[in-house]
Design a protein. Structure first.
Length: 208
């Protein structure tokens, strides 16, 4: 996808597919563990008692609030101490969020969380700016993106299709219809979870 194509797509309103709540059952552990075409970027040890999979959009205000207010404490207290395994997966709600995830993926796994954290932290400066792509490019200069790298990432059709495939599978297989959606040891939770919410969920899992 090139820059002009992305701008054209941004003129088309995008929305997640409607899902019948009765169909939104918890997925099997095997299905949920299967990564998309780009693989998962995993934080925390493989033998952690708790695994949290989050489907998020970089342009989602509730997702940004979670990553600003809850995620740092979750990481410090539970991920970095080996108690929780955490996976962020792409569920872009619009072409701009797709572009953000493409850029986060473009420089390899080591840059994925630094870039997504940066974009969540500065969401208002690009996602809701008058010229969002210019804002996105300005912010990503902090992550070492030259203009050439920025442009080449957005022209990578394979990358575009791979990010889109993660969302498509989440919609079709896991019935994800909103962001953020969390699967904590396979159990579905939607909305911006506070640290208190997460502690109540994972405490019995860690004690088992």
């Amino acid at each position: 996808m090139n820059r002009r194509g992305l701008l054209q797509l941004m003129l088309i309103a995008s929305a997640p597919a409607a899902v019948n709540p009765a169909l939104a059952q918890n997925p099997s552990a095997r299905d949920l563990a299967e990564a998309g075409p780009l693989g998962d970027v995993v934080l925390g040890p493989p033998d952690a008692k708790v695994t949290i999979v989050e489907y998020a959009s970089l342009t989602c205000g509730h997702c940004a609030a979670f990553h600003r207010e809850t995620y740092p404490e979750l990481k410090k207290r539970f991920i970095d101490t080996g108690k929780v395994r955490f996976i962020l997966r792409e569920f872009p709600l619009d072409p701009l969020a797709t572009a953000g995830f493409m850029l986060a993926r473009c420089k390899g796994d080591a840059s994925y969380y630094p870039v997504t954290d940066l974009l969540f932290d500065h969401q208002k400066d690009w996602a809701f700016a008058a010229k969002p792509l210019d804002g996105l490019q300005t912010i990503l200069r902090q992550a070492g993106f030259s203009e050439e790298k920025f442009e080449s990432c957005l022209k990578d059709q394979t990358l575009y299709e791979s990010v889109s495939a993660v969302k498509r599978r989440a919609t079709e297989t896991f019935k994800v219809s909103s962001t953020p959606t969390f699967f904590i040891n396979g159990q579905r939770y939607t909305g911006n979870l506070s640290m208190s919410d997460i502690e109540k969920i994972i405490a019995p899992l860690l004690a088992s």
